[in-house]
Design a protein around this ligand. Structure first.
Ligand code: HEM
Length: 213
């Protein structure tokens, strides 16, 4: 039998769960990173500390209190976003597929300012970066659990190769997210209309049928 084309329906460039989760995530990330830098400063693993005015909480107890409080907001938001994106087909439709070839092609196009941007359609670099930042988030969660409750999560600590290595993994995953944010914001600055669409939802576009808005 001939395969039938998927039915088309209208949806916004960014549906409301994506927008709400994205901006809550940004706020939570700022809280996590700033309080995390304060915790790091109390016992640095490298030969530098973060400036006091970029930390949140005032002192180690305050840093930890903020980190653990904001963690719950981040976790609830991430859980909702991941479940919704999975079951609505958002991940499958918008984050996949991509390949080394398509990422290389779009990277070259982006660096030579020849990459066209169609609202509501991610290029291969974006697909790789958004999938990659999710993986970094999982790594942050697992390494964070290991250094928060090393006794209860001793199996995880063992998987990381020990408490100290879990601390390095946590630090480098945070650095990876920071690198992501720098490139991500530069890409948004190149195509400012994407920012407006991430705030308002943008206009309605035709898309494959899904449970999405
Ligand atoms: C920790 C910080 C951030 C993370 C982890 C993050 C992550 C993401 C992810 C995963 C997406 C894809 C969303 C989806 O379709 O489900 C996205 C899209 C987007 N983000 Fe961020 N983001 C961050 C910060 C920012 C900031 C600071 C800005 C504003 C300058 C921004 C502006 C945007 C825009 C405009 C899009 C849509 C891009 C497009 O339509 O081509 N993000 N972000």
């Amino acid at each position: 039998m001939k395969p039938q084309p998927s039915p088309l329906r209208k949806r916004r460039v960014h549906s409301w769960p994506v927008r709400i989760c994205h901006w809550i995530n940004l706020l939570a990330m700022i809280g996590m990173v700033m309080s995390g830098w304060g915790i790091y400063n109390a016992d640095p693993i490298f030969a530098f500390t973060f400036p006091q005015n970029t930390t949140l909480g005032g002192w180690l107890g305050g840093n930890i209190a903020w980190h653990l409080a904001v963690m719950w907001l981040l976790a609830a938001n991430a859980l909702f976003y991941i479940l919704w994106s999975f079951f609505s087909g958002h991940f499958r439709r918008d984050f996949l597929p991509f390949s080394p070839g398509s990422v290389w092609r779009d990277t070259v196009r982006a660096l030579t300012f020849k990459l066209p941007h169609k609202l509501g359609q991610y290029n291969a670099v974006q697909k790789l970066m958004y999938s990659g930042v999710l993986v970094l988030g999982v790594l942050l969660l697992l390494s964070g659990l290991s250094i928060w409750k090393p006794v209860q999560f001793s199996g995880l600590v063992w998987l990381f190769g020990g408490f100290d290595i879990a601390r390095y993994v946590h630090f480098f995953a945070m650095s990876g997210v920071m690198l992501f944010v720098i490139i991500h914001v530069l890409m948004v600055l190149l195509v400012p209309k994407t920012f407006v669409a991430m705030l308002t939802g943008g206009k309605k576009i035709s898309t494959e049928e899904s449970a999405d808005e």
